[in-house]
Design a binder for this molecule. Structure first.
Ligand SMILES: [Cu+2]
Length: 393
């Protein structure tokens, strides 16, 4: 159940940011394991301000946390239900999944590293931490390295981004990573560039603590390792504390071509999603693939902030496109693809261009909803991205 809880916490980056702040202020030893369900940055409380100021801050944070937890519990019910299905992944499945993050930093040889371009199409593990970290960073990276070594047929790229660019020189990052695996990629940049990379990855920004008398300081940072698939979706997050054996189970599944769904609602998984490009004021098509593990069901409506209205287009017996008010999803696989049924976003509020992301919400007849975030692709890529893929999917 702990893992399910993590999935819920990670559901939206905004919620997880807020939810984690209280942990950052709570007393915690750098060696302590985070409580189940939360992913606290590994940091000590600051030593500076007065007790009264701290207790006021703690009170304010506690109230904020309570509000966030209540609102999360309300807003994410569907997701919690969905994640509690039969997915069984050891990592927390991100719902909705996100595209591969786009940012550029500098690698340990001093060259610019365009993350999305350099790792495109590769299974990638992305982690933000720092080399002076007393335990979480070394244990987490070492566990990942051992799990990957146990799966030698699986090709994966591991990218470490420092959250402490002042002390973590490229040379220091290189020698520290070499202690785990010489193939691990290390990145650094200006504090602004690193913040941008954290934001692009949906990761809580790291915050350095005040230095002690000896000048040493810890850095509070998010502790999840993100997994980004060969389909360029960020679909799993591994919180600190995950065991090597659990990680190996997920790597087995990934190696056999299995991927976490784009989104889930009840017994329905959305296993692929892509949107075509479109100009502002005009229309764009959305193509989804559904895997319905339960009884026949129906999507009653689709909503989005990206367009004035959403129309479900069906095809009648003679192949003529017709407006349909609902979309039937019989048990099994249903594919919306070019030339067949699709979802039209009409009256785009702004242009959708390749590389953008668009989010729609599916409303099922039984009251379930699912948010689906997808890449916008150029017309000439639509067929490639909607054609069925083999390999276990
Ligand atoms: Cu760390």
């Amino acid at each position: 159940m702990t893992r399910r809880d993590n999935g819920a916490v990670l559901d939206s980056s905004a919620a997880s940011t807020e939810a984690r702040r209280p942990d950052a202020a709570a007393p915690a030893s750098p060696g302590a394991r985070p409580p189940a369900g939360g992913l606290p940055p590994d940091r000590l409380p600051p030593a500076g301000p007065s007790r009264r100021a701290i207790s006021l801050i703690v009170l304010a944070i506690a109230l904020l946390a309570a509000a966030v937890i209540v609102s999360m519990a309300t807003r994410n019910r569907t997701t919690v239900d969905a994640v509690a299905g039969d997915d069984g992944w050891a990592g927390a499945v991100l719902e909705p999944t996100r595209p591969r993050p786009e940012f550029t930093l500098t690698d340990t040889s001093g060259r610019p590293f365009d993350f999305a371009a350099e790792t495109e199409g590769e299974l990638t593990f992305l982690y933000f931490g720092y080399t002076n970290c007393p335990d979480i960073c070394p244990i987490h990276l070492s566990t990942l390295n051992q799990a990957l070594r146990a799966q030698p047929d699986l090709s994966a790229t591991v990218v470490f981004v420092t959250t402490d660019p002042e002390r973590d020189t490229p040379e220091r990052i290189r020698s520290w990573l070499d202690g785990f695996n010489g193939a691990f990629i290390g990145l650094t940049g200006t504090p602004e560039e690193i913040l941008a990379a954290e934001a692009a990855s949906g990761i809580t920004p790291a915050v350095p603590d005040a230095p002690g008398e000896d000048g040493f300081y810890l850095v509070g940072h998010a502790t999840e390792i993100l997994a980004i698939g060969t389909d360029d979706r960020t679909y799993l997050a591994y919180p600190f504390g995950i065991r090597q054996s659990d990680w190996e189970l997920d790597l087995d599944r990934i190696a056999s071509g299995e991927v976490p769904p784009v989104a889930s609602a009840g017994a329905v998984d959305v296993t692929a999603a892509v949107a075509g490009q479109g100009k502002a004021g005009e229309a764009a098509s959305v193509y989804l693939t559904f895997d319905n593990r339960g009884d026949d069901t129906t999507i009653d409506a689709v909503s989005t902030d990206a367009a004035d209205q959403v129309v479900l287009h069906g095809t009648d017996a003679s192949g003529v496109m017709t407006d349909a008010s609902t979309l039937d999803l019989p048990s099994g696989t249903t594919r919306l693809e070019p030339g067949g049924r699709h979802i039209m976003l009409e009256g785009l509020r702004q242009a959708l261009e390749p590389g953008d992301t668009v989010t729609v919400t599916l409303h099922f007849a039984d009251g379930e909803t699912a948010q689906v975030a997808m890449d916008v692709v150029a017309y000439d890529d639509v067929l490639d991205r909607t054609t069925p893929q083999e390999a276990g999917a």
